[in-house]
Design a protein around this ligand. Structure first.
Ligand code: URA
Length: 238
């Protein structure tokens, strides 16, 4: 059971004070009856809530898939930069969501955003070995020796030995290479540091898969959409 003002505030209907006024005004109905007390406790899963004559669709959690653009940071707040939460519509910000793991400011691609702490944990816990697939452009030539070094587990310059990863070379010549990299860890700047350890630099990085989720082709940079029920279930099965 939750207070009606808290439920409506979480759904983006305003501050508790504003909601109190709306309730006093007789604009809120629970199961067809006008209420006057904004501290009334209800079960939002069982009761029908109406505000101003419209039935409120209640949900506790939101699950978004964003095609993160460059230049925004994967955080809920930042003193200098715009965050991935800043670029959401207010109706989604009201759920107080946060990004699931991080992508660097200059990395693009698939980012999950939710307010479901359990799902977040499931996706980022190293115990679950969730695959993350990146498309990367590298400034130098790559060959089978590099593929093997990924397979064995690259040692970063700070001495950390990465878990084995997969390097799939799609194109490689004297101008550089285009590759797909699959890793199961999410250390700070991990992909960039893996290539640095091989004496090469990542010049473009985009995440294309995260566990069962794939980046939609029709989602432009900065756009996002809600996950379907099936997609949420597929993550919960991890
Ligand atoms: N590895 C990186 O170096 N950067 C990212 O944003 C993600 C993985």
């Amino acid at each position: 059971m939750d207070r009606i003002d808290k439920v409506l505030a979480n759904l983006g209907f305003g501050t508790r004070k504003e909601i109190k006024a709306v309730v006093k005004n007789g604009e809120v109905k629970i199961d067809g009856t006008v209420i006057k007390d904004s501290s009334m406790k209800i079960d939002p899963d069982k009761s029908t809530i109406e505000v101003g004559g419209n039935v409120v669709e209640y949900k506790k959690n939101i699950y978004l898939l964003m095609n993160k653009p460059q230049g925004v940071v994967s955080a809920t707040f930042d003193n200098y930069d715009e965050t991935v939460i800043d670029i959401l519509e207010p109706e989604y910000q009201a759920f107080k969501p946060f990004p699931v793991g991080r992508l660097d400011k200059d990395t693009e691609g698939l980012l999950l955003i939710t307010n479901d702490g359990e799902l977040n944990h499931r996706m980022i816990s190293p115990k679950n070995h969730v695959d993350k697939v990146y498309y990367a452009e590298i400034d130098k030539y790559l060959d089978e020796r590099d593929v093997n070094r990924f397979k064995k587990g690259i040692q970063l310059k700070d001495g950390y030995k990465c878990l084995p990863g997969k390097l799939h070379i799609m194109e490689s010549n004297e101008d550089g290479a285009k590759v797909e990299v699959t890793i199961q860890e999410g250390k700070f700047h991990q992909v960039k540091r893996m290539f640095n350890a091989l004496g090469k630099n990542v010049v473009y990085l985009k995440r294309i898969k995260f566990g069962p989720m794939e980046l939609d082709k029709d989602l432009n940079l900065g756009e996002y959409r809600e996950l379907s029920k099936n997609e949420i279930e597929s993550i919960k099965r991890i």
